[in-house]
Design a binder for this molecule. Structure first.
Ligand code: PMP
Length: 394
């Protein structure tokens, strides 16, 4: 049987990480990998996570299974964090998942069983794993224009015109904040226009929110997802705690089904539990428990929010520093978008050939589509990157 297997395409980002590790140059710069790193290049365990783990170690007396949808207290705490009180709790079904990827995967599976003919509209570009999982599940994917390579902002008119080709029952996948890979985001007025279009055409929104707190702040980053949840008859929300709690390997995510019809909540909740049962039974609990402890404890929560804010402001400082340095070297404002983008990533908007040149000549690693992880920079590497970008003629 095994001889029938074909080699699968390598994940480009993971392959790039491997290449970086093998590069002997001591001044190499890693802007590829999608994890937050501090100025020392470390992805730290957050203080509140350490404190919660300590408490958990002292108090946890059993590791028996929890529920198929995870601990309801985790869902409650996350729903509050993401949606505040914009939607009645009774209208939301939710299940813990292994990371945001697990939530995305379960959402796609749910779409497949709810409406096998639904197409999923994804931004061009989007997180490559969206497309990869959709293809794997045999769901038809349609891309809508999103990133304008001239302005490095959102091409909103093109996006709206492409979404107008969607038909009733199609799903529109939107990034809640901090768009990956571009860093370019919708403003509140644009969110409202999208919502009006979704409602006019009977389209179902699916929001992937993996970076709440990394852009403009915990509340600010949830504006779009809250507007969609409150303003559409039903939506799917896939959330990740990997970045904002720094618990990547604990695999902590949540899938929500929001409906304006409370009567369907029980059926929806049962469907999420069923989907978990088919794929892995009980979702991981450790990360979810830590998140719940932090969100429900005033002191832990305040410390977590403060550390997250330091992370966010640090990335904004790096963005501004890079934009300023590029302005100084180029004598133009054409890199000003770097300071406007939000989140961990920015798409530089250059060609794969020039991305490869930066890697070969300067040991600067970014993803082939020119996605940079801003958190991979520090005060010392900003001038090096800026000079390399100008020298490469970007
Ligand atoms: N969605 C997006 C847009 C992401 O960037 C990521 C992380 N790369 C995820 C979902 C899922 O992250 P995880 O599975 O690690 O929680």
């Amino acid at each position: 049987m095994f001889e029938a297997l074909k080699a699968q395409p390598a994940d480009k980002i993971l392959a790039l990480m491997q290449k970086f590790r093998e590069d002997p140059r001591s001044d190499k710069i890693d802007l590829g990998v999608g994890v937050y790193k501090n100025a020392e290049g470390v992805t730290p365990v957050m203080r509140a996570i350490k404190a919660a783990e300590h408490q958990l170690w002292e108090t946890q007396i059993s590791k028996a299974y929890v529920g198929l949808a995870g601990d309801p207290a985790y869902a409650d705490a996350m729903i509050k964090l993401i949606l505040a009180d914009t939607v009645e709790r009774g209208n939301i079904a939710a299940a813990a998942t292994p990371g945001g990827t697990g939530a995305v995967r379960q959402a796609f599976e749910l779409i497949k069983i709810a409406n096998p003919s639904a197409r999923v509209f994804v931004s061009d570009p989007t997180w490559p794993n969206h497309i990869s999982i959709l293809n794997y599940l045999g769901i038809e994917t349609v891309t809508y224009r999103y990133f304008d390579r001239t302005t490095c902002g959102v091409n909103f008119d093109a996006m709206m015109s492409d979404l107008k080709t969607a038909v009733k029952g199609d799903v529109v996948l939107l990034h809640g904040c901090c768009h990956n890979p571009t860093g370019a985001n919708l403003n509140a007025v644009q969110w409202q226009e999208v919502i009006d279009l979704l409602n006019a055409r009977g389209l179902v929104p699916m929001i992937d929110i993996a970076y709440q707190g990394f852009g403009d702040g915990l509340e600010e980053d949830a504006v779009g997802v809250r507007m969609v949840a409150a303003g559409t008859p039903e939506c799917l929300i896939a959330a990740s705690c990997s970045k904002n709690f720094g618990i990547y390997r604990e695999r902590t995510g949540l899938l929500m089904m929001v409906s304006n019809d409370a009567a369907s909540q029980k059926l929806n909740q049962g469907t999420l539990a069923f989907l978990n049962r088919q794929n892995y039974s009980f979702p991981p609990d450790h990360g979810a428990r830590l998140v719940t402890m932090i969100l429900n404890d005033d002191a832990l929560r305040a410390d977590w929010a403060a550390e997250l804010e330091e992370v966010r402001l640090g990335m904004l400082g790096l963005r501004q520093g890079l934009a300023d340095e590029l302005q100084r070297l180029s004598g133009s404002d054409r890199f000003g978008f770097l300071a406007q983008h939000r989140g961990m990533f920015s798409l530089l908007g250059t060609t794969p050939e020039l991305v490869e040149k930066l890697r070969a000549d300067n040991g600067i690693y970014m993803v082939g589509d020119s996605r940079m992880n801003i958190a991979g920079l520090n005060a010392d590497t900003i001038p090096i990157l800026a000079k390399a970008i100008i020298d490469a003629g970007i």
